[in-house]
Ligand binder design. Sequence first.
Ligand code: FPP
Length: 249
Amino acid sequence: MSTSLELDKKKLPQHIAIIMDGNGRWARSRGLMRLMGHKAGVKTVQLIVKAAREIGISALTLYAFSSENWKRPATEVSGLMSLLKSYLESELAFMQENNIHLRTIGRKENLPREISEVLNASIANTAANTGLVLNLALSYGSRDEIVAAAREMAKLCVAGKLRPEDITEEAFSGYLYTAGLPDPDLIIRTGGEFRLSNFLLWQASYAEIFISETHWPDFTREDFIAAIATFQKRQRRFGKTGDQVSGNN
Ligand code: FPP
């Protein structure tokens, strides 16, 4: 618990996004079904949401289900959907007690009705909460998000409601699912792979990336704090030189 004291509270990442990878390998290495890895992964979700709130992170985005994950075996997809439903049902009280505001990014319309119902209820119930924004990426694909934003803006241009010259980076960001959220400062990927897997491609432009070899079910509060501590040691340059950033010229 006290490890969070090692973090510099003035340099916390505002928004952390996590690619929760390695559930399947975690399960297989124990001779278990892949779904057991996802089940264990839900416990890590609970642990990390609690830690993020306690540390004082403003937004936490979790890549829970990608648009490509629909291609997995039907039993795995339906197992993941039931885990998501029971997570949402069991966590609402915790979210309320802890002032957590639930949001989602992704094609919510593609989720089974029983999931979108419980999801919409949780989103509505937590809408007035002002603490941690817990943002679940569900049926999310970044290229799809970018194309949808471009299409929406193109329609407005054709309708004469938007001028092409008004399409700026800032305006474009406002048409993404993440509108209103700061870009992620830190992206953590567990499971040891070095890729973004169609996650927040636009928003990740200047994010620091932290790869953990640990499979998601084994990822701990201490690992999370260590990732933030590593972030705090990095120099973010946003295209400038190191000297410019450190004020040496
Ligand atoms: C990637 O591991 C993980 C997923 C596709 C699903 C993540 C879902 C959870 C952690 C649980 C449900 C989430 C919530 C928010 C309740 P993988 O299966 O690709 O692992 P592998 O690379 O080892 O096969």
